[in-house]
Design a protein around this ligand. Structure first.
Ligand code: MTE
Ligand code: MO
Length: 363
């Protein structure tokens, strides 16, 4: 175990603040990711709140502002569980960096995504108790951690639309895989927004604010945007580019690992596919010949919004080098784009091009 009780083979992009992803095989073959394997993405020093004095404020465009302790939350609202996949907008950035360099952003591979069962209360129940006023179109979240990235430094925050906030899968969570929420994952309470980019699942939550407009927090207004080529966040300023919310349809190969040696002949290939928000994955195709021919993988049915669907198939690999490719289709008939070339953007977000691993088949 290393820092923050993560497994020793985590790829650590940064120690301070802590940013680390598991190897892709750590995610393979299981619906839920063990806590020691779940990726960790932070923009500032990890706070250490005292759960006994911690409070949650619900304010803004509400009839009855709330000020709640953890005990109040547990007493006043029914507890529930949701199994959800978190995915960072920077997941698979390495594929974009191969197209063109992305200075200033970490080279996240395939592991900036993980799945857990979160326990807590529905955000919708809290908002019902507070009573949303007319015009409350966005729900903003504020964490405790102060990020040095904006100038001046700012607490981490973000927002989602009220439409999403009222959906039953959106939680304020205090547990993860049946254990108390670990400090590094936002204890004592975090937001979980299944099907939206991980950035909106604000950790160390202290404040929920109903607003007419999206949050003006740096991480909503400036970062986590698809900027036009040739610009930076600083040049572009707030509100430039496309603000990311729902996750783009994506899939990845988790086994075999990139660069693995496998026996020639019948080879098992498996991975996940994820459709954002209220869409589902309907088909995953896998190819061993660069897309000349495709095998349809066996795909788990959709279970909950924003929860990945695992898939598996067997390919016949001749001896030698091979590239295995996977692509997913969603319930609207959309297919992932083939190449990262057309997806490249200055901050390196939302790479959902066809998944590829290179293997050597020996035999
Ligand atoms: N919440 C706070 N308070 N501070 C952060 O830095 N990072 C966000 C989100 N919530 C962040 C945060 C990002 S970008 C992602 S991808 C997810 O948390 C990662 O959640 P995890 O670290 O539990 O995997
Ligand atoms: Mo993220």
């Amino acid at each position: 175990m290393n820092m923050w009780d993560k497994r020793d083979d985590m790829v650590v992009h940064e120690r301070e603040p802590f940013n680390a992803e598991p190897p892709r095989t750590g995610l393979a073959g299981q619906l839920r990711t063990p806590l020691d394997t779940f990726y960790s993405r932070n923009h500032g020093p990890i706070p250490d709140p005292d759960p006994d004095t911690w409070r949650l404020a619900v304010d803004g465009l509400v009839e009855r502002p709330l000020d709640l302790s953890l005990a109040d939350l547990r007493e006043r609202f029914p507890a529930t569980e949701v199994t959800a996949t978190l995915q960072c907008a920077g997941n698979r950035r390495t594929g974009l960096i191969e197209v063109r360099d992305i200075p200033g952003e970490a080279a996240w591979g395939s592991g900036a995504t993980s799945t857990a069962t979160f326990g807590g209360v529905r955000l919708a129940d809290l908002l019902a108790a507070a009573g949303l006023k007319d015009g409350a179109a966005h729900i903003a979240f504020t964490g405790m951690d102060v990020s040095p990235l904006p100038d001046p430094p700012e607490r981490y925050g973000g927002s989602i639309t009220t439409g999403k906030a009222l959906r039953p899968e959106v939680l304020l969570a205090w547990s993860m895989n049946g254990r108390p929420l670990p400090r590094v994952h936002g204890a004592p309470l975090r937001v979980v927004v299944p099907g939206w980019i991980g950035a909106r699942s604000v950790k160390w939550l202290t404040r929920v604010t109903a607003r007419a407009a999206p949050s003006d927090n740096y991480f909503q207004a400036t970062a986590y945007r698809i900027l036009p080529p040739g610009t930076t966040s600083e040049q572009a300023g707030p509100d430039a580019g496309i603000s990311l919310g729902p996750i783009a349809l994506n899939c990845d190969i988790l086994r075999p690992d990139d660069g693995a040696r496998v026996p020639a002949g019948q080879t098992s290939v498996s991975g996940y596919a994820l459709a954002g928000d209220e869409r589902t994955v309907t088909r995953v195709d896998v190819s061993a010949d660069g897309g000349e021919s495709w095998t349809q993988a066996v795909l788990d049915p959709p279970r909950e919004p924003g929860l990945w669907q695992l898939w598996r198939t067997v390919l016949d690999l001749p001896p030698g080098e091979a590239t295995i490719t996977a692509r997913a289709w969603d319930s609207t008939g959309a297919l992932m784009p083939e190449s990262p070339r057309h997806l490249w953007n200055p901050k390196g977000y939302a790479n959902n091009s066809w998944a590829r691993v290179r293997v050597t088949a020996e035999g």
